[in-house]
Design a binder for this molecule. Structure first.
Ligand code: NDP
Ligand code: MG
Length: 381
């Protein structure tokens, strides 16, 4: 059970909900970090009184230091600040709620410092899952997933003593805002259309990933790494209502699922209270009034990113780092309205073609693959 937490990415969707949970649970907040959101961080410092606040943007950090001169909170600027926040001795738990590959080094640092990792930052596991999981084993650090599907699976495997008894994991997928569209219709969708998710309010990058289904592809890889299972044992089913958060099928045919209202504070809270459960103000699930639960196959032709992620998972080595980096760079361009919806899979495919895959990669190989993939995408614009 967590008592003192540091939050990497405290101003984002997961970060703010984590602070809500911390307030409800009476947890102490030791460190908070963001990129450049000065106003929000100042507000959070005045409310939660952490020992450390980090802004990776140096100019924003200088501004913050002036504003916080009357508080006891130390301010650090620059990306190294994330590492300092990740290893702060007073915290027992680090919530990784930054978006993207920037989360990798701080997550590894927190693991080495033997913190509990409440892991929201899926890109880290996608790029370097093997390294991260091996490090967690070596240092005895717990990784508790915050992503709702992986939290569901984590909850469903709590009674499982032998992982070989798992036949498969079934990840549910809302289908995103473009569910049911043809390729022509989806191809006309803009940034504003993609940012309208039916069930969840999240940061812009993951919301676009939900529209392309790349998010589900990244989650398939995340599940493979967390539970050390091959692709053949991880499947995806469309479930529009986001009430069944994921399922585990066992060898004897028993299927365990975790259900609940779509509220990220539930998995965040569980990552804090694990292995126990606490009272939560989240709305109860009413089976009698909730919509009928439906399940369907994902449309891999309209949403090619899902199969592309699975193919990268099969290729192994640095292939997933390339996929992820190209996707991050392409989504940035889509959010800047410089490319269209299907340019995202097109650019990811281009990077996968052009960047060589290296097996059994060290951290430097992963960082190099990440940089090479971003270069391929940026060279086009
Ligand atoms: P947001 O975009 O809402 O927040 C991102 C946070 O990271 C902000 O605090 C932001 O600071 C900070 N940040 C962004 N870029 C950088 C950078 N380059 N260096 C340092 N800090 C940075 O994202 P979400 O909260 O939606 O998602 C966070 C992670 O959690 C992602 O990996 C996502 O896939 C995962 N996740 C999110 C879910 C959700 O419901 N939102 C569900 C499941 C997983 P600033 O405000 O200054 O820009
Ligand atoms: Mg998810």
């Amino acid at each position: 059970m967590s008592k003192t937490i540091s939050i990497l990415g405290s101003t984002g969707s997961i970060g703010r909900q984590t602070l809500d949970v911390a307030e409800q649970m009476g947890l102490r907040v030791a460190a908070i970090t963001a990129r450049s959101s000065v106003d929000r961080v100042e507000e959070q410092v005045r409310k939660f009184r952490p020992s450390l606040a980090v802004l990776t943007d140096e100019a924003a950090a200088r501004d913050l230091a002036v504003r916080l001169a009357d508080t006891g909170t130390k301010v650090i600027g620059g990306p190294e600040g994330l590492l300092e926040a990740a290893v702060l001795p007073e915290a027992d738990t680090v919530v990784t709620a930054v978006v993207g590959m920037v989360g990798l080094k701080p997550t590894l640092a927190a693991i080495e410092a033997k913190k509990r990792i409440a892991l929201a930052n899926k890109e880290t596991l996608v790029c370097a899952g093997q390294l991260v999981m091996d490090a967690a084993d070596r240092f005895g650090a717990e990784i508790v997933p915050v992503d709702s599907e992986h939290s569901a699976i984590f909850q469903c495997v709590q009674g499982c003593r032998d992982r070989r008894e798992i036949r498969r994991l079934i990840l549910t997928c809302s289908g995103g805002p473009f569910y049911g569209m043809t390729r022509e219709e989806a191809g006309r969708m803009t940034r504003a259309d993609a940012l309208r998710h039916p069930n969840w309010t999240m940061g812009p990058k993951i919301t676009v990933d939900c529209a392309t289904l790349m998010n589900k592809g990244l989650e398939v890889i995340e599940a493979m790494r967390l539970y050390r299972l091959p692709l053949s044992q991880v499947s995806v089913v469309i479930h529009r209502q986001s009430i069944v958060h994921s399922l585990v099928e066992y060898r004897d045919g028993a299927v365990l699922a975790q259900l609940g209202t779509p509220d990220m504070r539930l998995p965040i809270r569980y990552a804090m209270t694990y292995p126990n459960r606490g009272e939560s103000p989240a709305e109860s699930l009413d089976l009698l009034t909730c919509p009928p639960l439906t399940f369907a196959q994902p449309d891999r032709e309209v949403f090619p990113c899902l199969s592309m992620a699975e193919e990268a998972a099969e290729a192994g080595g640095t292939a997933c780092a390339v996929l992820n980096a190209a996707n991050e760079a392409a989504v940035e361009l889509f959010l800047a309205e410089k490319i269209g919806f299907y340019d995202i899979p097109r650019l990811v495919a281009l990077a996968r073609e052009q960047v060589d895959v290296r097996q059994d990669p060290a951290l430097e190989d992963i960082l190099a693959a990440d940089a090479a993939a971003r270069d391929v995408v940026r060279a086009r614009f």
